[in-house]
Structures are given as structure tokens and as C-alpha cells.
Design a protein around this ligand. Structure first.
Ligand code: HEM
Length: 478
């Protein structure tokens, strides 16, 4: 029906689809890479169909600017999403919330209570302590020449930092589930990102042909039990007047006051706590892993960064967050790593709220919009030798990460742009600087840097396919 009513209007070009299924069969395990190849043939604004859902795939900086800036007001909603129905409390979360007053207010609240510069600074000494603990443990490994699972170490640190920030204390793996945080977060990122037939053929959702619904329900139950426990602990502690106020207390206080101008009960609190927890930890740790992998793969870049750290800080002390603004090359290294390894290579799907004409093409209401920033980061029209890792390309350039330069938008842009950008960047810069300043890194079993495998594993957060294993050697004088 949709196709018939749109017949006379000019849809964007795109590959032919199969009856009913549409273009599903064209996507494999790494959809961002497949869509990049398909777009090379059909152009930067491409029409595809997955089941009944018209989907627009955007693959150039100019096109991204049209969808995320010029017509942002039309494309700033989210499509229906089975995973958020089950895990995100019927899409009451921010990440998948439909555009409207509830989403806007909740987003504002989180920005103010957790993600503002003021709040970020309040947690500075906590980050210093936690990163210090990681460095001590790596120092121990360095003494005996141990091979370290760097991916694991970074992920654990981020679980701790995020728990302290959002829930007010650290939790052990077994507090969540016997599988632990990392495995559960990975499972969540996967079930939320795998193309789910239920999202595209609503009546198929019930059949759960891919077994995803069952997996989502399991994940949802684990997180719900955990969040209930945390909220109960906070309610108890409040009665004891023991704790200083953290994010959970703040959310609970707003709920209890009844002051919120929108519906606000335990389900909303849990949905938002889960948002902050999931969005906060996996994104930053995955980025740090990619940055470190690129540095190990490019020893000359690693040396240059270590030299900058030596010049600014010296070898007699560790890095402090107050040093970060003086580390220009570090910023270039992080930009370059995010260009090649954006942790959300297709952002998060947007949805159009009304019919719209973009660049002469008709975009129907309720289309999904996928912005392929992985492809944009490799666009030879904007990047010289795009496949190469060359932080120097940012020398003297005014391209930043804030969503103003559409050739580099790892945090998205516009109304749906990442509200955790500032916090994410502080964690990434501090952690990378510390790891590189305190240690030299060598690959195990005599592996050459050039042999380090950089394959990706697609999910809501796209991680390394293999864990990064390396041997640290302590390099400071103290
Ligand atoms: C390396 C770090 C991070 C990266 C690269 C990143 C990237 C992104 C991207 C690409 C989006 C989607 C934008 C869109 O759909 O157009 C997003 C959304 C979001 N991010 Fe982040 N993020 C990071 C860290 C964080 C942190 C630390 C938090 C909070 C604790 C956070 C919270 C959120 C939330 C709540 C949304 C949903 C916004 C909405 O739909 O209105 N992110 N992020």
C-alpha cells in the first residue's frame, strides 16, 4: 500500500528487493560494511526496504547534514524496537524513546543530574582512584612479564566507574548474574542490534523465528532484578540517612515528589538507569580498546604520543585530568580512531515523523533512517588515503567531534546527538593517556604490530572481534 501511494513520488534510488522480504538478504554479519558497498552503487541517499519498513540509508557528510541538521525536526524520532519493548520498559528509555515531551524531559533531567560538566567534575577523584587501581594491577603484570587481556581490564574498569557514577557504589559480577556484567552487556548489544524480523513484520514477532525474543526476555529479567535490588537498597539507605545523594536517589526523589510534569514511576526510573549504565560503559571502553589497538599497530604514532606525554608531564608522575587540555596529539589520535572505528557505525536508527522531501527525493512518513558513519569515515571524497591511520591529518584542522563537522560524527548530531559526549571524551582521553604514559605495550608471542587483527564484531556497540592481548612494561621513574 505504502509503495502504491508513493508510486508517483520520486523515492531515492536503491537496490531491487525481493517480494515481502525486501533487501534483508543483502545484509550479513557486518551490515555497516555491506551497506557501504551497496551505497557505492546507488548513492549517498539510498532507499531500501526491510520487510514492510521503508529504510533510508545515508552515506555522505552532505546527506548526513540534511537529515541530522536541515530536517532534524522531522527525523528525530525512533522506530518501534522489539529490544526496547522488552529490555527498555516498553520504550520508556531515552535511547529508543519516541520524540515527544516525555523523551525531551527525561533527556534534560539526565543531562542536568548526571552528564553536565559540574557532575562530571564531581566524579574526577573517583576516576583518578579507579584508574590508579588499574595501573597498579598492570604494574604487577609488568613485573612478571604477564600477558594481559587488555579488553577485559578496560571493560571491568568501566563497569566500576559507571556503577559508582550511576548507582553510587561498585557491584561485583555475581550481583548481576553468574555470567557477569561484560557478558550481559555484550548480549544486550547483540540482541538490540541484530536485524530482528519482529521489528519489520510485526505479526512475525510473536513467532520469534530467530529466538531473539526469548533471549531478550532473559536479559530483561536479569537487569530488572538487578535494578530492583539497587532501588530497594537506596530506599533502605535513605531511611538510615547514611548515604550522600547519588543519581538513583535523585531519580527516586523526583518520582516520590510527584513534581515531574510527566508520568514517572519505577519503570521509568529503571529504564533510564539502564540507559545510563549501558550507554555509559560499553561505548567508552570499546573506544579505548580501538585507540590502544591502533597505537600498538602503529608504533611510530605510539612513540610520538609518548613523547608528547613526556614533554607535558614528564616521567616522574602519572597523568592528571587537568593535563588533558595540553595534549593536542592525544586528541588527534582519538579523532582518528573514532573516524575508523565509530562504536556506533550506523548511529541508532532515526524515524521520520512526517512525509518530507530531501534533496528532491520523497521520504515517506515512518521511514527508518540509518546514517552510515562508518562509510562516511572512509569516504575518499573527504578523506585522503582514508584507510590509513594518520592522526596528523587533523593537524591545523578545525574538525572537532561535537557534531558540527558532518565528515566526523561518532557521537551523532542534532536533537538525538549523544548527551554523554563530554563524559565519554573525558574518560577516553584520561584512560588512553594514562595507559600509554605508564606503559610500553608489546604483542604476545613475538607477534608483529602489523599482524594485529582488527576485525569487527557488529552490535549496537561494534567491538573488536578478538580481545586485545598485550604485555605492558612500566616506564615511569616512580
Ligand atoms: C565513546 C563514547 C560514546 C560514543 C561514541 C557515543 C555515541 C553515541 C551515538 C552515535 C548516539 C546516537 C546518535 C543518534 O542516534 O543520532 C548516542 C546516543 C546516546 N548516548 Fe552516547 N556515546 C558515548 C558515550 C555515552 C555516555 C558516556 C553516555 C551516558 C552515560 C551516553 C548516553 C547516550 C544516550 C542516553 C543516547 C541516546 C540519545 C537520544 O536518543 O536522545 N553516551 N551516543
Amino acid at each position: 500500500q505504502l509503495l502504491n501511494s508513493n508510486k508517483k513520488k520520486k523515492l531515492p534510488p536503491g537496490p531491487r528487493g525481493l517480494p515481502v522480504l525486501g533487501n534483508f538478504h543483502m545484509l550479513g554479519k557486518n551490515p555497516h560494511q555491506d551497506l557501504h558497498q551497496i551505497a557505492k552503487k546507488h548513492g549517498p541517499i539510498m532507499y531500501m526496504r526491510f520487510g514492510y519498513a521503508p529504510t533510508i540509508v545515508v552515506s555522505s557528510p552532505d546527506a548526513a547534514e540534511l537529515f541530522l541538521k536541515t530536517y532534524d525536526h522531522v527525523f528525530c524520532s525512533r522506530p518501534l524496537h522489539e529490544a526496547s519493548k522488552y529490555i527498555g520498559y516498553e520504550q520508556r528509555n531515552i535511547i529508543f524513546g519516541q520524540y515527544g515531551p516525555y523523551w525531551r524531559n527525561m533527556r534534560k533531567l539526565c543531562t542536568l543530574e548526571l552528564l553536565s560538566n559540574l557532575k562530571i567534575n564531581q566524579f574526577q577523584s573517583m576516576r583518578r582512584t579507579e584508574v590508579g587501581l588499574l595501573i597498579s594491577s598492570l604494574k604487577g603484570a609488568s613485573k612478571i612479564g604477564e600477558i594481559v587481556d587488555v579488553s577485559d581490564k578496560i571493560a571491568s574498569l568501566n563497569v566500576d566507574i559507571t556503577c559508582l557514577m550511576v548507582f553510587g557504589k561498585k557491584y561485583a559480577d555475581k550481583d548481576l548474574d553468574e555470567k557477569g556484567f561484560k557478558a550481559m552487556v555484550k548480549e544486550t548489544a547483540e540482541v538490540a542490534a541484530v536485524p530482528n524480523l519482529g521489528d519489520y513484520f510485526p505479526y512475525l514477532g510473536v513467532l520469534d523465528l530467530q529466538g531473539l525474543t526469548a533471549r531478550m526476555k532473559t536479559v530483561a529479567k536479569v537487569f530488572d532484578d538487578f535494578l530492583e535490588k539497587i532501588i530497594d537498597e537506596h530506599v533502605r539507605n535513605k531511611e538510615d540517612h547514611k548515604q550522600t545523594k547519588d543519581f538513583v536517589d535523585t531519580m527516586m526523589a523526583i518520582m516520590e515528589s510527584g513534581d515531574a510534569e510527566f508520568e514517572f514511576d519505577r519503570r521509568h526510573v529503571k529504564a533510564v538507569l539502564l540507559d545510563m549504565f549501558l550507554a555509559g560503559m560499553d561505548t567508552s571502553s570499546t573506544t579505548v580498546e580501538w585507540v590502544l589497538s591502533e597505537l600498538i599497530k602503529h608504533p611510530q604514532v605510539m612513540k610520538k604520543l609518548q613523547k608528547e606525554l613526556e614533554d607535558v608531564i614528564g616521567l616522574d608522575r602519572m597523568v592528571e585530568e587537568s593535563d588533558l587540555d595540553n595534549l593536542e596529539y592525544l586528541n588527534m589520535v582519538i579523532k582518528e580512531a573514532l573516524r575508523l572505528h565509530p562504536v556506533a557505525p550506523l548511529l541508532i536508527p532515526h524515524a521520520s515523523m512526517e512525509d518530507c522531501v530531501v534533496d528532491g527525493f520523497h521520504i515517506p512518513k515512518a521511514s527508518r533512517v540509518i546514517v552510515n558513519i562508518w562509510a562516511i569515515g572512509r569516504d575518499p571524497k573527504v578523506w585522503d588515503e582514508a584507510e590509513k591511520f594518520q592522526p596528523e591529518r587533523f593537524l591545523g584542522s578545525d574538525i572537532d567531534l561535537r557534531g558540527r563537522n558532518f565528515q566526523l560524527i561518532p557521537f551523532g548530531s542534532g536533537r538525538r546527538g549523544c548527551p554523554g559526549l563530554q563524559l565519554g571524551l573525558v574518560i577516553i582521553r584520561f584512560l588512553v593517556a594514562q595507559l600509554v604514559h605508564c606503559f610500553d605495550w608489546e604483542l604476545p608471542n613475538g607477534m608483529l604490530p602489523s599482524d594485529l587483527n582488527m576485525d569487527e564484531y557488529f552490535g549496537l556497540v561494534t567491538t573488536r572481534a578478538e580481545h586485545l592481548m598485550a604485555i605492558p612494561t612500566y616506564r615511569l621513574h616512580k
